[in-house]
Design a protein around this ligand. Structure first.
Ligand SMILES: NC(=O)c1ccc[n+]([C@@H]2O[C@H](COP(=O)([O-])OP(=O)(O)OC[C@H]3O[C@@H](n4cnc5c(N)ncnc54)[C@H](O)[C@@H]3O)[C@@H](O)[C@H]2O)c1
Ligand SMILES: [Zn+2]
Ligand SMILES: [Zn+2]
Length: 371
């Protein structure tokens, strides 16, 4: 069928709104009519080549919409269901079966290869040129084909313009803390970078009972929001020695946990150095930058750990309803962080996200949707 999508044709290119052909759904696929999609920093990282995918491509991996068609092998999704889309996983490898679908053995084939695992394409240009899909959802489009494991059915009362954006950035921030770091009640944590991921990590630290929650950023406006959402201390890292300031807040010892969302080499170093003995750091940014450490002096002697956490180690079908519940209880007010744009304004929305003026842009794809 003919659809409309924001197409990206090359690294550093602008998005262009194009007509594309969407393939016929297979037995194990679901066709979703998109209502809205968040823009995640990882879309931008892919646009600028910090993470790779064959171009042309339709990006977007925080979609929400309404199910239009289900293949005969799809068991738990019905036409008319309202769904949030998250990442794809196979459901039957050892990691999926032990409750770690973010570590699915088929992750790259399903999420970042640009095609179905067999190499066929979900989207084609009108001249037949194959177009990559992304996270098996490509939510910057009016319609898409996805898989049952990408989908989280939500109550029809949930506002689909808002909840799609829970599918990646906010999920990552929440899960990095709740599933990755598992902080003990009363502990201390420093979050480097208070964008969507960092602020979600901060709210999760509060929910988890951390007593000292230090937000670090270079923009005062971001720090002000962090304060409203529960940071106990703010550090503007553009002024003074950040490690020293964090140690001063934590009796000279440093924090128990740190999360880096900036992906900047020097900031990642600071996130490691500002922890106390036995501290655990989760660097979660999608970055092409490295961290140069002396393993003996910076890890072994102080028994510190650095852990990789993908998609917050979250099972989306469990964590997204949980996030919606936290939101309804007033404990996860992510709606304060979003700004709505039309699909046609995607280039402006990406710029506003990259320059920090919008924390979480959401593209409205179906302007007729009413909650
Ligand atoms: N691991 C995963 O599974 C996963 C999933 C989603 C997103 N991500 C990645 O997480 C990262 C954060 O995403 P986001 O949407 O929150 O991005 P963002 O750009 O909104 O946030 C980054 C923040 O870092 C701040 N910052 C920049 N330089 C700084 C410095 N020197 N010191 C302190 N703060 C500084 C910025 O002001 C901004 O507030 C991105 O790299 C994104 O791609 C990872
Ligand atoms: Zn798997
Ligand atoms: Zn993302």
């Amino acid at each position: 069928m003919k659809i409309k999508a924001a197409l990206l044709s090359k690294i550093h290119g602008d998005y262009t709104i194009e007509n594309l052909r969407l393939a016929e759904p297979r037995e194990d696929e679901v066709r979703v009519k998109l209502v809205a999609s968040g823009i995640c920093h990882s879309d931008e990282a892919t646009r600028i080549g910090d993470s790779t995918i064959p171009f042309p491509a339709v990006l977007g991996h925080e979609g929400a919409g309404i199910v239009e068609f289900v293949g005969s092998e799809v068991k738990n999704i019905k036409v008319g269901d309202h769904v949030v889309m998250s990442y794809s996983y196979c459901g039957h490898c050892a990691n999926c079966r032990t409750g770690l679908p973010a570590a699915c053995n088929d992750w790259p084939a399903l999420n970042s290869s640009g095609s179905r695992p067999d190499g066929s394409h979900v989207f084609n240009q009108e001249d037949g040129t194959p177009v990559s899909n992304f996270f098996y959802q490509s939510s910057f489009a009016t319609h898409t084909l996805t898989k049952e494991n990408n989908l989280i059915v939500v109550d029809k009362s949930a506002d689909l313009r808002l909840v799609g954006t829970l599918g990646c950035g906010f999920l990552t921030g929440l899960g990095t803390v709740i599933n990755g770091l598992k902080p003990t009640v009363g502990s201390s944590i420093a979050i480097f970078g208070t964008g969507a991921v960092g602020l979600a990590a901060m709210m999760a630290a509060k929910i988890s009972g951390c007593s000292t929650i230090i937000a670090v950023d270079i923009h005062q406006s971001r720090l002000d929001i962090a304060k409203q959402l529960g940071a106990t201390h703010l550090v503007d890292s553009s002024t003074g020695d950040t490690t020293k300031q964090i140690k001063a807040i934590t009796d000279g010892l440093g924090v128990n946990y740190s999360v880096d969302t900036t992906g900047i080499s020097a900031v990642m170093q600071t996130a490691l150095n500002s922890m106390r003995t036995r501290g655990t750091m989760a660097p979660v940014a999608v970055t092409s930058k490295n961290m140069d450490i002396n393993t003996f002096r910076q890890l072994v002697v102080s028994s510190k750990k650095i852990i990789g956490v993908l998609m917050g180690d979250a099972i989306p079908q469990i964590s997204i309803p949980q996030l919606i519940k936290f939101y309804q209880e007033g404990r996860f007010p992510f709606d304060k962080l979003v700004k709505f744009y039309k699909l046609e304004e995607i280039n402006q929305a990406s710029k506003d996200s990259a320059n920090g003026s919008t924390i979480k842009p959401i593209l409205i794809i179906d302007e007729h949707y009413k909650n």
